[in-house]
Ligand binder design. Structure first.
Ligand SMILES: [Ca+2]
Ligand SMILES: [Ca+2]
Length: 654
């Protein structure tokens, strides 16, 4: 689904409600996503109104817009935080950045005065530095400047009450000179360790050597009354509520829509057994010049360097539906070569153990943009490791997976990076109604098809996983007349005849609804049960011996794979111990297709087959003898499982 990234700046943004600022690894001051929540830009110059604008230029360090100041004699601007109803900035605690730095890009022919302000005991304090004190090369060309926060001040009281994190002023200019600023942020070093080893093997992924299937949700940490920019700051108010609920549904991956991350968010993901797929945003205006492409690649490399060592990182997704807005010529000559060079830069930034790199394409011409011969096939994109596709064909994927399989020079895994159905049925009653059953049935069909397309599940399967769109409703999204961020609008902005209700209701795609009475409440829809039924580890059903060679022990099994599994293990014991489940050994690595060959030890045995995913096991099946749980004990015994059992496993067989 297209994300609207409107560039909003120079407008007074009023805080809808106050959220305690959380400490993050970067505090974004001025980026392509605008300004911090509740902040605004103030300007000053010799002859107001000051000529301050945000021109769009290809050769811009971050995205395609920057801040430009033009003046006669002197002029400047600053970002001021938490503007109150009296147009006064209010303090923000940035003391976490005491040992950090203020980073920004500047293009100027004159030295600039760079300042920050804080408010201590009602008194404003201004701390001043000059570019020449921080390595400015004096050229009128984009240069990144790094000013240690400590060179402004080391006073903890001041840093706990920052009212302006960045001001820039030029003085005594000749006529009509200008300066430009971009990508201003406060940053502090973070230290991560224990990166997960993520590999592409054929059409599959492995994590730390084990088969891994992406069972993900699209996640935008945005509350009622906010727009997409809510994702550009640390949101413990959202993720500490959402992540445990996701994990309980069998979700193992969170797919985001920005490369903005915080250590707190990633730690919370890992604590809940989740991996994260950050999404580096691509501004297609930067594809128009070499400098723009270089800047884009530099920002990607920087993201990888900052976050590669965190164990929650699964892989890098570059671009969301970039193919949607480009002609085929531009795709083949500008975007795909750029994508490959960014993938290479990411690999080089990590060394031999790099995380995979993929992109998420929209189905603009079916799968025509993917593995296009002579344009985006494996030969042309040697550094791309996987493809993402966002598929909205209705309640069935139709021939999507076969189409991908039939492509030549296209051997990588496919991940459905978005799919789903909305929960608003415009055909219900005179004015439409929420229809959880419609959404749940549609999603259930899609989940089943996606599961069958998995390479771990079906011989010849092309898929390494899928991402449900979306975790929660987004009240900011429609742009119909009268729609508001504080309203759950039901208008439709596009039509898709593939669905039973062809009206696509952008604000209703969540498997969790939001509650206007409680910002921390999530109301799980029926569709969330479809997700847990498909993704939470289940039991193996209909296990049968297809063949058995008494002399060699060679055995062929068939079984219905456990829901949510990526692999299976067989546990056996002497038949004489069956009444006590006295296991004596195991055979691992049976795969997840439900068809396995293995060698059993000699003698009379009992055995069970158990599903496995991500280091956890599912149900061992139900005992014939009713007991407290009726679930067979784990290996080697109920008191100590050799592999932990998934908390939300199910034991049902149809
Ligand atoms: Ca609908
Ligand atoms: Ca709305």
């Amino acid at each position: 689904m297209t994300r609207m990234c409107r560039f909003l700046v120079l407008t007074l943004v009023l805080a809808v409600w106050a959220i305690t600022p959380a400490l993050a690894d970067s505090f974004l001051v001025f980026t392509e996503e605008g300004l911090p929540k509740g902040s605004n830009i103030f300007t000053w110059c010799d002859t107001p109104p000051c000529d301050v604008s945000t021109p769009q230029e290809c050769a811009t360090p971050e995205g395609s817009h920057n801040l430009r100041v033009r003046t006669n004699v002197w002029a400047g601007l600053g970002v001021f935080l938490n503007i109150d109803p009296f147009n006064q900035p209010q303090p923000e605690n940035l003391s976490a950045y005491t040992n950090g730095e203020v980073r920004f890009f500047v293009k100027t022919s004159k030295d600039l005065k760079v300042e920050m302000q804080c408010k201590v005991s009602g008194q404003t304090q201004t701390k001043t530095r000059f570019l020449t004190q921080h390595g400015w090369n004096g050229l009128n060309a984009w240069q990144e400047i790094v000013i240690p926060v400590a060179s402004f001040t080391t006073d903890p009281v001041c840093l706990a009450a920052v009212t302006s994190p960045f001001m820039a002023t030029v003085e005594n200019l000749p006529f009509f000179s200008s300066f430009q600023i971009d990508n201003v942020r406060w940053r502090r070093a973070n230290a991560h360790s224990g990166a997960s080893s993520v590999q592409v093997q054929g059409r599959q992924l492995t994590v730390n050597g084990k088969p891994f299937v992406v069972r993900g949700v699209a996640y935008s940490p945005i509350s009622i009354g906010e727009d997409y920019r809510g994702s550009f700051r640390d949101r413990p108010d959202r993720y500490l509520v959402d992540f445990p609920l996701m994990a309980a549904r069998g979700v193992n991956v969170v797919r985001t829509y920005s490369s903005f991350m915080t250590t707190g968010m990633l730690d919370a993901a890992r604590a809940n057994g989740l991996y994260v797929i950050p999404n580096f945003q691509v501004d297609t205006a930067q594809l128009g010049c070499t400098a723009g492409k270089d800047f884009m690649r530099d920002r990607m490399r920087e993201t990888v360097q900052e976050w590669k060592n965190h164990p929650a990182i699964l892989f890098w997704l570059i671009g969301n539906e970039v193919n949607r807005s480009l002609t085929n010529t531009a795709l083949c000559s500008d975007w795909y070569p750029q994508l490959d060079s960014m993938a290479l830069a990411a690999h080089q930034a990590e060394g031999a153990s790099f995380h995979p790199v993929g992109t998420a394409n929209s189905e603009t011409s079916g799968l025509g943009d993917i593995c296009q011969n002579g344009c985006s096939d494996d030969t042309r994109l040697p550094n791309l490791n996987l493809w993402g596709v966002q598929a909205y064909r209705g309640c069935s994927f139709g021939t999507l997976f076969n189409e991908y399989q039939s492509k030549s020079d296209c051997a990588r895994p496919l991940i459905v990076t978005e799919f789903g159905a909305d929960a608003w049925d415009s055909l219900s009653g005179p004015s439409g109604a929420e229809n959880q059953t419609l959404q749940a049935n549609c999603l259930g069909q899609l989940l089943g098809e996606a599961d069958q397309a998995l390479a771990v599940r079906t011989a010849g399967g092309v898929s390494a996983g899928q991402v449900v769109f979306a975790w929660s409703d987004e009240w900011w999204k429609t742009t119909c007349a009268g729609s508001q961020w504080t309203l759950h609008d039901t208008c439709s902005t596009w039509t898709n005849p593939g669905y039973p209700d062809p009206a696509m209701n952008e604000e209703w795609w969540g498997i969790a609804a939001l509650d206007p009475a409680d910002p921390n409440a999530r109301v799980l829809r029926s569709s969330a049960n479809q997700v847990s039924g498909s993704w939470n580890l289940g039991a193996v059903c209909n296990a049968r011996v297809v063949s058995y060679n008494k002399t060699t022990g060679q055995t062929a099994l068939s079984f219905n794979p456990a829901a949510g599994s990526t692999d299976h293990t067989l546990y056996y014991g002497p038949l004489s111990s069956v009444s006590t489940y006295g296991y004596s050994g195991s055979v691992t690595g049976l795969g997840a297709t439900g068809s396995s060959s293995l060698t059993l030890p000699s003698g009379s045995l009992f055995w069970v087959v158990v599903g496995r995913n991500n280091g956890a096991e599912g149900c061992y099946g139900k005992s014939k003898t009713p007991s407290a749980t009726n679930e067979r004990p784990c290996f080697p015994n109920a008191a100590s499982c050799s592999v932990p059992q998934a908390a939300n496993r199910t034991c049902q067989c149809p």
